[in-house]
Design a protein around this ligand. Structure first.
Ligand code: KG4
Ligand code: ZN
Length: 342
């Protein structure tokens, strides 16, 4: 029987709502980005994010429902991100979801944002377990071994900055805009990735943990010694710095993820999260996968960056895993958590 889940995502700076059916068909996928208000500050300002979510949440949900061609009454359950993320931002999504569920007597399903990123791949393809999952975003750089539905092993995570955060901070130090990832990615197309030997943190280390703060410092040092006091003007030096920096991040992500897959004898890798939009990262993962005989699966970019379809599809899996009618979270006890772990 057909069932519909309305997903709601407000953990960071995107207000998103989406309707997904139990066959993983995305009936609508609305994402309202807040980049315009945060770019002025070179990063996300939590209080501004919460306020913008408050303004956007109802129109975004209305659009998702209208575009799906259904009514709120026809929705079978609501899934909402409960963490990790900015507490004020998460609360807007959760409070809205609770209110709708209470008013219309619908089940509410709380979803971990990281689980959402991992399950985004199922919006596009059927995939058997087990697989190694790399979640690489503005807040996370995590490696998981997905044994089966409901059995997730954490293999490693960043000890300091996340890869996306490193892209954003490096861009800021180079005098570029926000978010830094897409800007560096674009400039890198014209640069030489071998020009500047930026460090590959924890490269030869056999741990599956990451560390990106040293790389960030080396961008600062490079800028100070090559362009003291002044802004780097657009030109070959900037292109080379962008390409060399990007290559260092991609080298570490690719090598650790394949090491994790090979070390655990896993033949399948899923990469997701905002940084998985990076064209060089996608190309390097695919090439390495072909050479090593390991399948590489990366969702389309619209499902890599924050969206609510990934939250809704993760909820369909949660329902299936619990193997009951609906796993109904207790409406009133469900709460947000900034540091929720998988
Ligand atoms: O998953 P996401 O939308 O939000 C979080 O959960 O954090 O990821 C946002 C991050 C930002 O740091 C942004 O700079 C990065 O993803 N990003 C990229 C690219 N597109 C987005 N990083 C590198 N290359 C890109 N093309
Ligand atoms: Zn995310």
């Amino acid at each position: 029987m057909k069932s519909l889940i309305l997903g709601i995502e407000t953990s960071c700076d995107e207000t998103a709502a989406s309707v997904v059916d139990n066959e993983k068909q995305v009936l609508s996928n609305i994402v309202s980005s807040q980049v315009d208000i945060h770019s002025e500050y070179g990063g996300i300002v939590p209080e501004l994010a919460s306020r913008r979510h408050l303004e956007n949440i109802r129109p975004v949900i209305d659009s998702a429902i209208t575009e799906a061609g259904v009514t709120l009454n026809e929705i079978d359950a609501i899934a909402v991100t409960i963490g990790p993320g900015l507490v004020g931002a998460l609360l807007v999504g959760l409070s809205t979801a609770k209110s709708i569920c209470y008013a219309l007597d619908k089940p509410l399903i709380g979803i971990n944002h990281l689980e959402g990123h991992i399950f985004a791949i199922f919006l596009e393809e059927e995939l058997p377990f087990p697989f190694v999952a790399l979640v690489v975003s503005g807040g996370h750089t995590d490696l998981y071994l997905m044994h089966e539905l409901g059995r997730i092993e954490t293999l490693g995570r960043t000890r300091d900055d996340a890869a996306g955060e490193c892209f954003d901070k490096a861009a800021r130090m180079m005098g570029l805009g926000y978010p830094g990832g897409p800007i560096i990615n674009k400039l890198a197309h014209q640069g030489d990735p071998k020009k500047i030997p930026f460090p590959r943190p924890m490269f030869s280390n056999h741990s599956f943990d990451f560390s990106f703060s040293g790389l960030k410092t080396s961008i600062k040092t490079w800028k100070a010694s090559n362009f003291p006091a002044e802004q780097i003007s657009e030109g070959q030096d900037l292109y080379d710095a962008a390409a060399s920096f990007q290559e260092a991040v991609v080298d570490v992500l690719v090598s650790k993820t394949f090491l994790a897959a090979e070390g655990n004898n896993i033949k399948r890798i899923v990469v997701s999260g905002g940084v998985a939009c990076n064209t060089r990262l996608r190309e390097r993962f695919r090439r390495e996968g072909t050479e090593k005989g390991i399948e590489v699966h990366i969702p389309r970019s619209i499902f890599c960056t924050d969206n609510a379809a990934m939250i809704a599809v993760a909820a369909h899996f949660k329902k299936a895993r619990n193997n009951i009618d609906w796993k109904i979270e207790d409406l009133f006890s469900l709460d947000v958590s900034a540091n929720l772990k998988l």
